[in-house]
Design a protein around this ligand. Sequence first.
Ligand code: PMP
Length: 391
Amino acid sequence: RLAAWQSPLRAQFPILAGPPGPAYLDSAATAQKPQAVLDAVGIYLTTANANSGRGSYPWANTTTALVEGARDRVKAFLGDPDPDRSRVHFTSGTSEGLRTVARDWLPALLRDGDEIFVPYEDHEANLAPWLEARDLLARQGVRIRVRALPYQASSGDYDARLLAELAGPRTRFVAATHVHHVYGADMNVHRLREAVGPDAVICLDAAQSVGHQQVSLAGLDVDFLAFSGHKALALPGTGAVWARGARGPAFRPGGWEGTPNTAGVAGLVAALDWLEEAGPDRIARWTTALTALLTDALSRMPAAYEVLGCRTSLAAGSEVQRRGSIVTFRHRGISAQDLGFVLYSRGFMVRSDGHCQAGRSVRETSVRVSVHVYNTLEEMEGLVDTLADLQ
Ligand code: PMP
Protein backbone atom coordinates (compact mmCIF):
# COMPACT_ATOMS: atom_id res chain seq x y z
CA ARG A 1 0.00 0.00 0.00
CA LEU A 2 2.81 2.39 0.84
CA ALA A 3 4.42 1.68 -2.52
CA ALA A 4 1.19 2.65 -4.30
CA TRP A 5 1.21 5.90 -2.32
CA GLN A 6 4.87 6.60 -3.08
CA SER A 7 4.94 6.11 -6.82
CA PRO A 8 2.79 9.14 -7.89
CA LEU A 9 4.72 11.29 -5.45
CA ARG A 10 8.04 10.34 -7.03
CA ALA A 11 6.58 11.24 -10.41
CA GLN A 12 6.35 14.85 -9.23
CA PHE A 13 10.16 15.25 -9.13
CA PRO A 14 11.26 16.30 -12.65
CA ILE A 15 14.96 15.54 -12.06
CA LEU A 16 14.02 11.90 -11.46
CA ALA A 17 11.78 11.61 -14.52
CA GLY A 18 12.76 9.75 -17.67
CA PRO A 19 14.57 6.45 -18.00
CA PRO A 20 16.02 5.29 -14.68
CA GLY A 21 19.41 6.92 -14.09
CA PRO A 22 21.68 6.66 -11.06
CA ALA A 23 19.74 6.52 -7.78
CA TYR A 24 20.00 9.72 -5.73
CA LEU A 25 20.86 8.56 -2.20
CA ASP A 26 22.25 11.79 -0.74
CA SER A 27 19.14 13.59 0.47
CA ALA A 28 20.65 14.31 3.88
CA ALA A 29 22.98 16.70 2.03
CA THR A 30 20.18 18.28 0.05
CA ALA A 31 16.85 17.05 -1.25
CA GLN A 32 15.34 17.04 -4.75
CA LYS A 33 12.52 19.45 -5.55
CA PRO A 34 8.96 18.64 -6.62
CA GLN A 35 7.38 20.46 -9.56
CA ALA A 36 5.13 22.40 -7.16
CA VAL A 37 8.20 24.10 -5.66
CA LEU A 38 9.67 24.95 -9.05
CA ASP A 39 6.28 26.31 -10.16
CA ALA A 40 5.87 28.48 -7.06
CA VAL A 41 9.32 29.99 -7.58
CA GLY A 42 8.69 30.57 -11.30
CA ILE A 43 5.27 32.11 -10.75
CA TYR A 44 6.58 34.43 -8.04
CA LEU A 45 9.53 35.60 -10.14
CA THR A 46 7.43 36.14 -13.23
CA THR A 47 4.44 37.83 -11.59
CA ALA A 48 5.43 39.66 -8.42
CA ASN A 49 9.20 39.90 -7.96
CA ALA A 50 10.06 42.92 -5.77
CA ASN A 51 11.70 43.59 -2.43
CA SER A 52 9.81 42.90 0.79
CA GLY A 53 8.97 45.32 3.56
CA ARG A 54 9.59 48.31 1.29
CA GLY A 55 7.41 50.02 -1.28
CA SER A 56 3.63 50.09 -1.54
CA TYR A 57 2.96 49.13 -5.15
CA PRO A 58 1.30 45.76 -5.81
CA TRP A 59 4.41 43.64 -6.47
CA ALA A 60 6.04 44.96 -3.29
CA ASN A 61 2.86 44.33 -1.32
CA THR A 62 2.58 40.80 -2.69
CA THR A 63 6.19 40.13 -1.74
CA THR A 64 5.79 41.54 1.76
CA ALA A 65 2.64 39.45 2.26
CA LEU A 66 4.48 36.39 0.94
CA VAL A 67 7.37 36.75 3.39
CA GLU A 68 5.19 37.61 6.40
CA GLY A 69 2.72 34.84 5.56
CA ALA A 70 5.61 32.41 5.22
CA ARG A 71 6.57 33.01 8.85
CA ASP A 72 3.07 31.86 9.85
CA ARG A 73 3.35 28.90 7.47
CA VAL A 74 6.59 27.77 9.11
CA LYS A 75 5.05 28.09 12.57
CA ALA A 76 1.99 26.08 11.56
CA PHE A 77 4.12 23.40 9.89
CA LEU A 78 6.17 23.03 13.07
CA GLY A 79 3.05 22.80 15.25
CA ASP A 80 3.93 25.96 17.15
CA PRO A 81 1.63 26.06 20.19
CA ASP A 82 2.02 29.83 20.67
CA PRO A 83 2.46 31.38 17.21
CA ASP A 84 1.45 34.89 18.27
CA ARG A 85 4.53 35.24 20.41
CA SER A 86 7.17 33.26 18.52
CA ARG A 87 9.36 34.52 15.69
CA VAL A 88 10.68 33.07 12.45
CA HIS A 89 13.75 34.41 10.71
CA PHE A 90 14.67 33.18 7.21
CA THR A 91 18.20 31.93 6.68
CA SER A 92 20.28 30.16 4.07
CA GLY A 93 20.13 26.93 6.03
CA THR A 94 20.64 25.40 9.44
CA SER A 95 24.20 26.71 9.80
CA GLU A 96 23.08 30.30 9.50
CA GLY A 97 20.12 29.65 11.81
CA LEU A 98 22.34 28.31 14.59
CA ARG A 99 24.86 31.07 14.03
CA THR A 100 22.10 33.66 14.32
CA VAL A 101 21.13 32.29 17.72
CA ALA A 102 24.78 32.28 18.82
CA ARG A 103 25.48 35.79 17.59
CA ASP A 104 22.29 37.71 18.27
CA TRP A 105 20.94 36.11 21.33
CA LEU A 106 23.27 33.86 23.30
CA PRO A 107 25.80 36.48 24.53
CA ALA A 108 23.08 38.48 26.27
CA LEU A 109 21.97 35.39 28.16
CA LEU A 110 25.28 34.21 29.56
CA ARG A 111 26.94 35.35 32.78
CA ASP A 112 30.41 34.69 34.14
CA GLY A 113 30.66 31.09 35.35
CA ASP A 114 27.72 29.76 33.34
CA GLU A 115 27.88 26.37 31.65
CA ILE A 116 26.64 25.45 28.21
CA PHE A 117 26.34 21.93 26.79
CA VAL A 118 27.18 21.34 23.14
CA PRO A 119 27.34 18.20 20.97
CA TYR A 120 30.98 17.49 20.14
CA GLU A 121 30.13 14.59 17.82
CA ASP A 122 27.53 16.29 15.69
CA HIS A 123 27.67 18.51 12.64
CA GLU A 124 30.28 21.32 12.76
CA ALA A 125 27.40 23.76 12.28
CA ASN A 126 26.14 22.87 15.76
CA LEU A 127 29.50 23.30 17.49
CA ALA A 128 31.53 26.12 15.95
CA PRO A 129 29.01 28.94 16.67
CA TRP A 130 28.87 28.12 20.38
CA LEU A 131 32.65 27.93 20.73
CA GLU A 132 32.96 31.25 18.92
CA ALA A 133 30.40 32.82 21.26
CA ARG A 134 32.42 31.56 24.23
CA ASP A 135 35.64 33.04 22.80
CA LEU A 136 33.94 36.35 22.11
CA LEU A 137 32.68 36.52 25.69
CA ALA A 138 36.12 35.54 27.04
CA ARG A 139 37.59 38.59 25.32
CA GLN A 140 35.05 40.65 27.26
CA GLY A 141 36.08 38.99 30.53
CA VAL A 142 33.06 36.65 30.76
CA ARG A 143 34.14 33.05 31.25
CA ILE A 144 31.78 30.34 30.02
CA ARG A 145 32.42 26.65 30.56
CA VAL A 146 31.59 24.54 27.53
CA ARG A 147 30.74 20.93 28.32
CA ALA A 148 30.09 17.96 26.06
CA LEU A 149 26.48 16.92 25.79
CA PRO A 150 26.47 13.35 27.12
CA TYR A 151 26.09 11.23 24.09
CA GLN A 152 26.42 7.60 23.12
CA ALA A 153 27.64 6.94 19.59
CA SER A 154 26.71 3.26 19.67
CA SER A 155 23.02 3.95 20.11
CA GLY A 156 23.25 7.37 18.50
CA ASP A 157 21.20 8.91 21.29
CA TYR A 158 21.83 11.03 24.38
CA ASP A 159 23.32 8.96 27.15
CA ALA A 160 20.46 8.56 29.59
CA ARG A 161 22.82 7.65 32.45
CA LEU A 162 24.74 10.90 32.12
CA LEU A 163 21.89 13.31 31.52
CA ALA A 164 21.79 14.17 35.24
CA GLU A 165 24.96 16.20 34.60
CA LEU A 166 22.83 18.74 32.79
CA ALA A 167 20.86 19.51 35.91
CA GLY A 168 23.65 21.60 37.48
CA PRO A 169 22.72 25.09 38.75
CA ARG A 170 25.05 26.81 36.24
CA THR A 171 23.57 25.15 33.15
CA ARG A 172 22.14 27.96 31.04
CA PHE A 173 22.04 26.61 27.51
CA VAL A 174 21.96 23.29 25.63
CA ALA A 175 22.63 22.92 21.89
CA ALA A 176 20.87 19.72 20.87
CA THR A 177 20.32 17.79 17.66
CA HIS A 178 17.06 16.17 16.63
CA VAL A 179 18.28 13.54 14.17
CA HIS A 180 22.00 12.85 13.89
CA HIS A 181 23.31 13.39 10.36
CA VAL A 182 25.66 10.38 10.46
CA TYR A 183 24.13 7.95 12.94
CA GLY A 184 20.57 8.68 11.87
CA ALA A 185 19.20 8.46 15.37
CA ASP A 186 16.00 10.19 16.27
CA MET A 187 17.18 11.58 19.58
CA ASN A 188 15.00 11.79 22.64
CA VAL A 189 14.98 15.56 22.90
CA HIS A 190 12.24 15.66 25.53
CA ARG A 191 14.63 13.92 27.93
CA LEU A 192 16.91 16.95 27.74
CA ARG A 193 14.14 19.20 29.02
CA GLU A 194 13.40 16.76 31.83
CA ALA A 195 17.08 16.78 32.77
CA VAL A 196 17.71 20.46 32.47
CA GLY A 197 14.50 21.85 33.98
CA PRO A 198 12.26 24.64 32.72
CA ASP A 199 14.67 27.58 32.93
CA ALA A 200 17.61 26.56 30.75
CA VAL A 201 17.39 27.31 27.05
CA ILE A 202 17.48 24.51 24.47
CA CYS A 203 18.36 25.17 20.82
CA LEU A 204 17.60 22.34 18.40
CA ASP A 205 19.36 21.53 15.14
CA ALA A 206 16.47 20.04 13.17
CA ALA A 207 18.29 19.85 9.81
CA GLN A 208 17.64 16.13 9.45
CA SER A 209 14.16 15.94 10.92
CA VAL A 210 12.09 18.75 9.36
CA GLY A 211 10.62 17.41 6.13
CA HIS A 212 11.46 13.81 7.04
CA GLN A 213 9.05 13.20 9.89
CA GLN A 214 6.39 14.98 11.90
CA VAL A 215 8.11 17.66 13.97
CA SER A 216 5.99 19.15 16.72
CA LEU A 217 7.24 22.07 18.75
CA ALA A 218 4.55 21.35 21.33
CA GLY A 219 6.14 17.99 22.07
CA LEU A 220 9.77 19.06 21.83
CA ASP A 221 9.66 21.91 24.34
CA VAL A 222 12.71 23.71 22.93
CA ASP A 223 13.36 27.46 22.72
CA PHE A 224 15.03 27.67 19.31
CA LEU A 225 14.78 25.39 16.29
CA ALA A 226 16.84 25.74 13.11
CA PHE A 227 16.26 23.83 9.88
CA SER A 228 17.31 23.80 6.23
CA GLY A 229 14.62 24.43 3.63
CA HIS A 230 16.81 22.83 0.97
CA LYS A 231 16.79 19.51 2.83
CA ALA A 232 12.99 19.78 3.03
CA LEU A 233 12.40 19.94 -0.76
CA ALA A 234 12.79 23.74 -1.06
CA LEU A 235 15.47 25.64 -2.99
CA PRO A 236 19.19 25.66 -2.19
CA GLY A 237 20.11 28.52 0.15
CA THR A 238 16.87 28.40 2.13
CA GLY A 239 16.06 27.68 5.75
CA ALA A 240 14.65 29.24 8.89
CA VAL A 241 15.19 29.60 12.58
CA TRP A 242 12.22 29.65 14.94
CA ALA A 243 12.39 31.26 18.37
CA ARG A 244 9.98 30.89 21.26
CA GLY A 245 8.62 34.33 22.00
CA ALA A 246 8.67 34.22 25.76
CA ARG A 247 12.47 34.12 25.69
CA GLY A 248 12.55 37.41 23.81
CA PRO A 249 15.27 36.73 21.26
CA ALA A 250 17.05 39.80 19.98
CA PHE A 251 16.65 39.06 16.28
CA ARG A 252 16.72 42.38 14.53
CA PRO A 253 14.09 42.39 11.81
CA GLY A 254 13.47 44.81 8.98
CA GLY A 255 16.31 46.42 7.08
CA TRP A 256 18.91 44.61 9.12
CA GLU A 257 17.72 41.35 7.61
CA GLY A 258 18.67 42.74 4.24
CA THR A 259 16.76 41.61 1.19
CA PRO A 260 15.38 38.18 1.99
CA ASN A 261 15.57 35.33 -0.47
CA THR A 262 12.01 36.02 -1.54
CA ALA A 263 11.90 33.45 -4.33
CA GLY A 264 13.38 30.95 -1.89
CA VAL A 265 10.67 31.79 0.61
CA ALA A 266 8.01 31.23 -2.09
CA GLY A 267 9.55 27.81 -2.74
CA LEU A 268 9.75 27.03 0.97
CA VAL A 269 6.03 27.67 1.43
CA ALA A 270 5.27 25.39 -1.53
CA ALA A 271 7.58 22.71 -0.13
CA LEU A 272 5.90 22.78 3.28
CA ASP A 273 2.47 22.58 1.60
CA TRP A 274 3.68 19.62 -0.46
CA LEU A 275 5.13 17.83 2.56
CA GLU A 276 2.02 18.37 4.63
CA GLU A 277 -0.17 17.00 1.87
CA ALA A 278 2.08 13.95 1.44
CA GLY A 279 2.09 13.46 5.22
CA PRO A 280 5.33 13.59 7.23
CA ASP A 281 4.38 10.45 9.17
CA ARG A 282 3.91 8.48 5.96
CA ILE A 283 7.18 9.84 4.61
CA ALA A 284 8.92 8.63 7.77
CA ARG A 285 7.34 5.19 7.41
CA TRP A 286 8.49 4.95 3.81
CA THR A 287 12.06 6.06 4.45
CA THR A 288 12.24 3.74 7.46
CA ALA A 289 11.14 0.80 5.33
CA LEU A 290 13.94 1.64 2.88
CA THR A 291 16.68 2.13 5.46
CA ALA A 292 15.56 -0.96 7.37
CA LEU A 293 16.05 -3.01 4.22
CA LEU A 294 19.61 -1.74 3.99
CA THR A 295 20.56 -2.11 7.66
CA ASP A 296 19.06 -5.60 7.84
CA ALA A 297 21.09 -6.58 4.77
CA LEU A 298 24.32 -5.03 6.06
CA SER A 299 23.95 -6.75 9.39
CA ARG A 300 23.86 -10.07 7.50
CA MET A 301 27.31 -9.23 6.05
CA PRO A 302 29.29 -8.40 9.21
CA ALA A 303 32.58 -9.63 7.78
CA ALA A 304 32.46 -6.94 5.10
CA TYR A 305 30.46 -4.05 6.58
CA GLU A 306 30.27 -2.11 9.81
CA VAL A 307 27.16 0.01 10.38
CA LEU A 308 27.75 3.21 12.37
CA GLY A 309 25.36 4.41 15.03
CA CYS A 310 21.80 3.33 15.26
CA ARG A 311 20.06 0.85 13.01
CA THR A 312 16.59 0.99 11.68
CA SER A 313 14.88 -2.32 11.56
CA LEU A 314 11.44 -3.68 10.95
CA ALA A 315 12.40 -7.06 12.38
CA ALA A 316 10.05 -8.34 15.08
CA GLY A 317 11.43 -7.92 18.58
CA SER A 318 14.09 -5.57 17.36
CA GLU A 319 15.24 -3.19 20.07
CA VAL A 320 16.62 -0.65 17.64
CA GLN A 321 14.87 2.54 16.74
CA ARG A 322 11.84 2.57 14.55
CA ARG A 323 12.43 5.25 12.00
CA GLY A 324 15.08 7.05 10.05
CA SER A 325 16.29 8.08 6.62
CA ILE A 326 20.06 7.76 7.10
CA VAL A 327 22.35 4.71 7.13
CA THR A 328 26.11 5.15 7.47
CA PHE A 329 28.59 2.32 7.13
CA ARG A 330 32.15 1.31 6.32
CA HIS A 331 33.51 -1.51 4.22
CA ARG A 332 36.25 -3.33 6.11
CA GLY A 333 38.46 -3.64 3.05
CA ILE A 334 37.60 -0.71 0.76
CA SER A 335 38.02 2.96 1.69
CA ALA A 336 34.88 5.08 1.80
CA GLN A 337 36.08 7.21 -1.11
CA ASP A 338 36.76 4.16 -3.27
CA LEU A 339 33.46 2.60 -2.32
CA GLY A 340 31.64 5.84 -3.20
CA PHE A 341 33.35 5.83 -6.58
CA VAL A 342 32.49 2.18 -7.24
CA LEU A 343 28.89 2.72 -6.14
CA TYR A 344 28.51 5.62 -8.55
CA SER A 345 29.84 3.46 -11.37
CA ARG A 346 27.11 0.95 -10.47
CA GLY A 347 24.38 3.59 -10.41
CA PHE A 348 24.19 4.99 -6.88
CA MET A 349 24.95 8.53 -5.71
CA VAL A 350 26.00 8.35 -2.05
CA ARG A 351 28.03 10.56 0.26
CA SER A 352 31.51 9.27 1.10
CA ASP A 353 33.63 11.47 3.36
CA GLY A 354 33.66 12.68 6.98
CA HIS A 355 30.18 14.28 6.68
CA CYS A 356 31.22 17.61 8.30
CA GLN A 357 31.22 15.78 11.63
CA ALA A 358 33.02 17.78 14.31
CA GLY A 359 36.28 16.44 15.69
CA ARG A 360 36.76 13.65 13.16
CA SER A 361 40.05 12.94 11.43
CA VAL A 362 40.06 12.70 7.65
CA ARG A 363 40.74 8.99 7.91
CA GLU A 364 37.49 8.37 9.74
CA THR A 365 35.39 8.50 6.63
CA SER A 366 32.35 6.45 5.80
CA VAL A 367 29.62 6.00 3.24
CA ARG A 368 26.27 7.59 4.00
CA VAL A 369 23.10 6.51 2.24
CA SER A 370 20.17 8.84 2.84
CA VAL A 371 16.73 8.64 1.33
CA HIS A 372 13.60 10.70 0.93
CA VAL A 373 10.06 10.22 -0.23
CA TYR A 374 11.10 9.76 -3.89
CA ASN A 375 13.44 6.80 -3.39
CA THR A 376 12.14 3.39 -4.40
CA LEU A 377 12.31 -0.17 -3.13
CA GLU A 378 13.98 -1.14 -6.40
CA GLU A 379 16.77 1.37 -5.78
CA MET A 380 17.37 0.02 -2.31
CA GLU A 381 17.24 -3.61 -3.43
CA GLY A 382 19.70 -2.78 -6.21
CA LEU A 383 22.04 -1.16 -3.70
CA VAL A 384 21.82 -4.19 -1.40
CA ASP A 385 22.65 -6.53 -4.31
CA THR A 386 25.61 -4.36 -5.29
CA LEU A 387 26.94 -4.22 -1.73
CA ALA A 388 26.56 -8.00 -1.49
CA ASP A 389 28.60 -8.27 -4.70
CA LEU A 390 31.35 -6.16 -3.17
CA GLN A 391 31.65 -8.18 0.02
N1 PMP B 1 23.16 20.26 11.01
C1 PMP B 1 22.99 19.03 10.52
C2 PMP B 1 22.59 17.93 11.47
C3 PMP B 1 23.13 18.80 9.16
O1 PMP B 1 22.95 17.57 8.68
C4 PMP B 1 23.45 19.88 8.30
C5 PMP B 1 23.57 19.69 6.80
N2 PMP B 1 24.64 18.94 6.35
C6 PMP B 1 23.64 21.14 8.86
C7 PMP B 1 23.48 21.30 10.21
C8 PMP B 1 23.99 22.34 8.01
O2 PMP B 1 22.91 22.66 7.20
P1 PMP B 1 23.06 23.78 6.04
O3 PMP B 1 24.09 23.26 5.10
O4 PMP B 1 21.71 23.88 5.45
O5 PMP B 1 23.49 25.04 6.71
